[in-house]
Design a protein around this ligand. Structure first.
Ligand code: NI
Length: 390
């Protein structure tokens, strides 16, 4: 694979950094060690300025080229997930219940590799901002960085993001114009009925029966309210209520998620969840309290920036390994908030070792170290192509 030779030469360093981060995972906004490691490495590389503490644990490195020019941002995420690792690797998480199960250890390492190369070679005109953000997994660290003035403090023309994708062949990039990842909402519904002896249901209002009707009826939002050519998801992922064979409980709690792309569908899903939960609970004489929180907006790629990203990817991986992504995924991503504020693009880098690889967010998932120089070379190439030194 034609990665940048200088980067390929320090592949072993990249692997060691990635495995060190993997051993020491930290949850969102608690990436204190990770941020310290990142800042220390950027200092070692001779990066011109290092700003820490943006969005609590975020770090931005400023690298100036050998000539003046424009500016671009390249972003990696640093946080881990609340998952108990089950890989059995010698560099497995040393913190039980916390795991780099989405490859953000790899993302951080690939951007560090690019920073090392760019600080050493300076073969570009202008400024590269390497952005290490906290709390991508559900806590919107990317949004917090934007709110804390990321783009005012570090003025840039475009911003780029990348995610490893273990479903795609190792070293293959995919790009997409427009929406690439979905908008999300978290749903919490509490059904309050009236507890009773299970053998005397006429004395109670059974919230389990109510919950069952709600779960079934929620399926009609996507199938009957959303226009068939549009995309939407409503999933209930958790139900809890009751403790015994012979007791009708007082309450049932449900948790779920909604996903969509168009604002119209976003409203239809929220309206539908509220209408169905409230209406069905009421029809049984129970009550539904609904906490519906829209968390991430859709990740929407600018076509011109995406074409530039694809050109850089082709220079690294070759034409045959850079493909158009036919459909967006319904996963969520808080790089969406950066793309809503700044022209840019988010692409995927394949990391499959074989067909049986665990997927991201799985306790057996492990980032594929073979793609570290590929991702780092992509970042470095993007900087040199977008900010040409002549
Ligand atoms: Ni991720």
């Amino acid at each position: 694979m034609p990665v940048i030779n200088r980067i390929a030469a320090f592949h072993d360093d990249l692997t060691a950094w990635r495995r060190d981060l993997h051993e020491h995972p930290e949850l969102g906004f608690q990436e204190h060690r990770t941020a310290a490691v990142v800042a220390e490495k950027l200092r070692e590389f001779g990066v011109d300025e290092i700003v820490t503490g943006i969005a609590q644990t975020g770090v931005v490195g400023v690298i100036r080229g050998r000539l003046p020019g424009g500016a671009i941002g390249m972003r990696a995420d640093m946080d881990a997930l609340p998952i108990l690792e089950d890989t059995g690797l010698d560099y497995a998480s040393k913190t039980p219940g916390v795991m780099h199960a989405c490859g953000h250890d790899g993302h951080t390492t690939m951007l560090l590799g690019a920073a090392r190369y760019l600080a050493e070679t300076r073969n570009f005109a202008g400024t590269v901002y390497v952005i290490f953000q906290p709390a991508e997994e559900g806590q919107a660290g990317g949004r917090v960085m934007v709110e804390e003035g990321l783009f005012e403090r570090f003025p840039m023309d475009m911003v780029f993001g990348m995610h490893n994708w273990p479903q795609l062949p190792e070293g293959q990039f995919v790009w997409r114009h427009g929406p690439i990842m979905a908008a999300c909402a978290s749903i919490d519904i509490t059904i309050t009925g009236r507890g009773a002896h299970a053998a005397m249901p006429h004395n109670g209002i059974d919230p389990i029966v109510v919950a069952a009707h709600i779960v079934t009826a929620l399926q009609s939002i996507v199938s009957r309210n959303v226009e068939p050519a549009d995309s939407g998801v409503v999933t209930i992922g958790h139900i809890s209520g009751g403790d015994a064979h012979n007791v009708i409980p007082q309450t049932v709690h449900m948790k779920g998620t909604a996903r969509w792309f168009s604002p119209k569908v976003g409203d239809q899903l929220e309206d539908g969840v509220r209408r169905i939960a409230t209406g069905i609970a009421g029809s049984f004489g129970a009550q539904a309290s609904i906490d519906y929180r829209r968390t991430y907006i859709a990740t929407v790629n600018d076509p011109a920036a995406t074409d530039l990203a694809a050109i850089a990817a082709r220079a690294v991986a070759g034409d045959a390994r850079v493909k158009h992504m036919e459909k967006p995924t319904m996963g969520g991503e808080d790089f969406s908030f950066m793309l809503a504020a700044k022209q840019g693009s988010y692409i995927m880098l394949g990391g499959a070792r074989g067909p049986d690889d665990a997927q991201v967010h799985h306790p057996k998932y492990d980032f594929n170290d073979a793609i570290l120089p590929v991702g780092a070379s992509y970042w470095a190439t993007l900087a040199e192509q977008l900010l040409p030194a002549g």
